[in-house]
Design a protein around this ligand. Structure first.
Ligand SMILES: CC(C)(COP(=O)(O)OP(=O)(O)OC[C@H]1O[C@@H](n2cnc3c(N)ncnc32)[C@H](O)[C@@H]1OP(=O)(O)O)[C@@H](O)C(=O)NCCC(=O)NCCS
Length: 191
């Protein structure tokens, strides 16, 4: 694994699943990222670009051009655009983030565009990315979802993660704060 200022960097990879191609974000994704990230349900769950701050087209531009690529280069993880194999359309984002290299732990995060929901895409992407992370030598992969986010919690369960407990008041939202349900996947879980 290459390093940046002593921090490892994940290799840049494209992952293929049955229905999705997971690839780096590109300039052409800006319109779909903007449309996805201004969806009220997404904003209720994932307060982008930050709690209390409205999402603008400039945020989508910054995400595709700098922020998403920068997460890999800075050693924080890696972000992939979920693209439908059949149509070539962007249907979501999945990433590894909050990577702790000393502990070899990382977290999977995701959102699915309103037009991509209900097809199993979040699960398909979370399975692919988490298994790839374990293949890179990570010893623990986490998913954290607000306790009342039934869809995201189901994605974690369907992806083979085990529920461990609740982090109280762990996530600021646009309105209030959320308790987070913590799920994990370990190499031994796949034996
Ligand atoms: C939650 C979210 C990622 C689910 O994406 P998706 O691609 O539609 O999920 P999947 O199709 O893989 O569904 C997996 C399971 O969750 C269930 N599910 C999905 N959305 C659900 C919802 N809103 N309520 C209850 N169950 C739901 C599905 O029925 C499926 O269960 P099953 O296999 O038992 O039938 C998507 O709705 C989303 O992006 N929401 C807004 C952002 C968000 O919450 N991100 C996660 C932050 S932790």
């Amino acid at each position: 694994m290459t390093t940046t200022q002593g921090r490892p960097i994940l290799p840049s990879v494209i992952l293929e699943t049955e229905h999705l191609r997971l690839r780096a974000f590109v300039e052409d994704d800006i319109d779909d990222v903007y449309a996805s990230c201004t969806d009220p349900e997404l904003q209720r769950r994932v307060p982008l670009p930050g709690p209390g701050v409205p999402y603008t087209r400039e945020d989508a531009e910054a995400w595709c051009r700098e922020l998403a690529p920068g997460m890999r280069i800075g050693g924080e993880g890696q972000q992939w655009a979920m693209v439908e194999q059949g149509t070539g359309r962007l249907v979501g984002a999945v990433g590894l983030l909050r990577t702790l290299w000393a502990a070899m732990t990382t977290e999977v995060g995701y959102w699915v565009s309103p037009w991509g929901r209900g097809h199993g895409y979040a699960t398909e992407a979370a399975v692919a990315v988490s298994r790839w992370a374990l293949g890179q030598g990570f010893q623990r992969v986490e998913i954290k979802a607000a306790t009342d986010n039934a869809g995201s919690r189901r994605v974690a369960e369907r992806s083979g993660f085990s529920f461990e407990g609740v982090e109280r008041s762990a996530m600021p939202l646009h309105e209030g704060r959320a308790d987070l349900a913590v799920y994990s996947l370990l190499p031994a879980d796949l034996l």
